[in-house]
Design a binder for this molecule. Structure first.
Ligand code: UT7
Length: 336
């Protein structure tokens, strides 16, 4: 039932799960015409995690979800909605969110997948916040989970060195006045969607012998154009969210950006004039995990107790679509 007054919605717990298998730049040197120096200097990535054949996105999403529930001290029956942001669902349907719902035993939860690529976790936070704010739901699990290794062409050096697998989860619930999500922004530019795609396997180009022969079931990207878009977008999206809640870049205590490329992050850092030690970066270990990147980075920063009560934390991401999303949080550590 809807209540009359709007509530404050915030992240009360985080969790994550990373597959054990590590694929290093040196491993990639044996697979495609690349080298460790190029990958580090152009991206900052040293290694990434890879799921095995026996693991799908729902498996790692489930582990991240259980970790977040444990950290919240919450039972799965308390979750009202599960949103899984992913571009690597287990299959077209049922949704990966429904599979996670079953796996964790969240039998009172509605569940759906959200497709906004690397911005998916940010979109998920914005959607969840509205449901909590209006009192429609009490506890929402937002998961960013990807097994990008399953859609990477390991003969294409332009893409295969960049991405990795992983899953992060948060639980969003009502919090005290003044805390939680202070503002958020979402944006899209479908006109440039062709810059980053997975061309086949949908209704436009169903799977066929030809699509397989043409290697159309893998990520295709115009890296330098996406790079230019990212440089323009990251800082702007962060500033838009700050302006929306009446804060300025001077107020930012911590920045958790999408982990695509250190050069892209550096451009946002420069624009926000924030010092490097207040920016969380883990892309050297994991590469770009699309919707999982910010979720995992947030959990790591949280588990390392880097986020203090009252900190203004900015999350910002961009990705295929093209899309972008940002949020400003007034952080509070909740322990049940
Ligand atoms: O989450 C959103 C997903 N996408 C992104 O975030 C990607 C954004 N873009 C980027 O991060 C960068 O554009 C890249 C890292 C992909 C590429 O960096 P760049 O500085 O834009 O390089 P470039 O595309 O201008 O390519 C420079 C050269 C090219 O060779 P030629 O044509 O100049 O001879 C590429 O073929 O580097 C070559 N190259 C490589 N060389 C060694 C491309 N990939 C590799 C590689 N190893 N893996």
């Amino acid at each position: 039932m809807l209540s009359n007054s709007l509530k404050y919605a915030g992240i009360i717990a985080t969790g994550s799960y990373m597959p054990d298998n590590i694929l290093t730049n040196f491993d990639l040197e044996q697979m495609v015409d690349t080298n460790n120096e190029w990958i580090i200097s152009r991206t900052g990535i040293e290694e990434r995690r890879i799921t095995g054949d026996d693991m799908a996105t729902s498996d790692i999403a489930t582990k991240a979800a259980l970790n977040a529930l444990y950290n919240a001290g919450m039972s799965p029956e308390e979750i009202d909605l599960i949103i899984v942001a992913t571009i690597t669902p287990d299959m077209a349907f049922p949704s990966t969110a429904c599979i996670v719902q079953k796996n964790i035993g969240a039998k009172n939860a509605a569940a759906f997948d959200l497709g906004a690529a690397c911005s998916g976790f940010m979109y998920g936070i914005t959607v969840a916040e509205k449901f909590i704010k209006t009192g429609y739901y009490k506890n929402i699990m937002v998961i960013g989970a990807e097994t990008l290794s399953k859609i990477l062409d390991y003969t294409d050096r332009n893409t295969c060195v960049l991405f990795g697998d992983g899953a992060g989860a948060v639980i969003i619930s009502e919090v005290e006045e003044g805390y939680g999500v202070l503002s958020s922004c979402m944006g899209a530019n479908g006109y440039d969607g062709h810059l980053l795609t997975l061309p086949a396997g949908g209704s436009r180009r169903p799977a066929s012998v030809e699509t397989i022969e043409e290697r159309l079931h893998y990520i295709k990207m115009d890296g330098s154009e996406v790079f230019k878009f990212a440089i323009k977008t990251m800082g702007q999206a962060a500033e838009d969210a700050l302006e929306k809640c009446g804060l300025t870049k001077e107020d930012v205590d911590f920045l958790i950006p999408h982990q695509a490329n250190t050069r892209i992050i550096d451009s946002a850092v420069k624009r926000l004039k924030i010092s490097q030690e207040r920016v969380y970066i883990n892309l050297n270990k994991y590469g770009n995990m699309s919707a999982a990147s910010i979720a995992v980075a947030l959990d790591e920063a949280n588990q390392k107790q880097l986020l203090k009560d009252g900190d203004v934390v900015v999350l910002v991401g961009f990705g295929a679509g093209l899309t972008w999303g940002s949020a400003v949080l007034k952080w509070k550590n909740y322990r049940r």
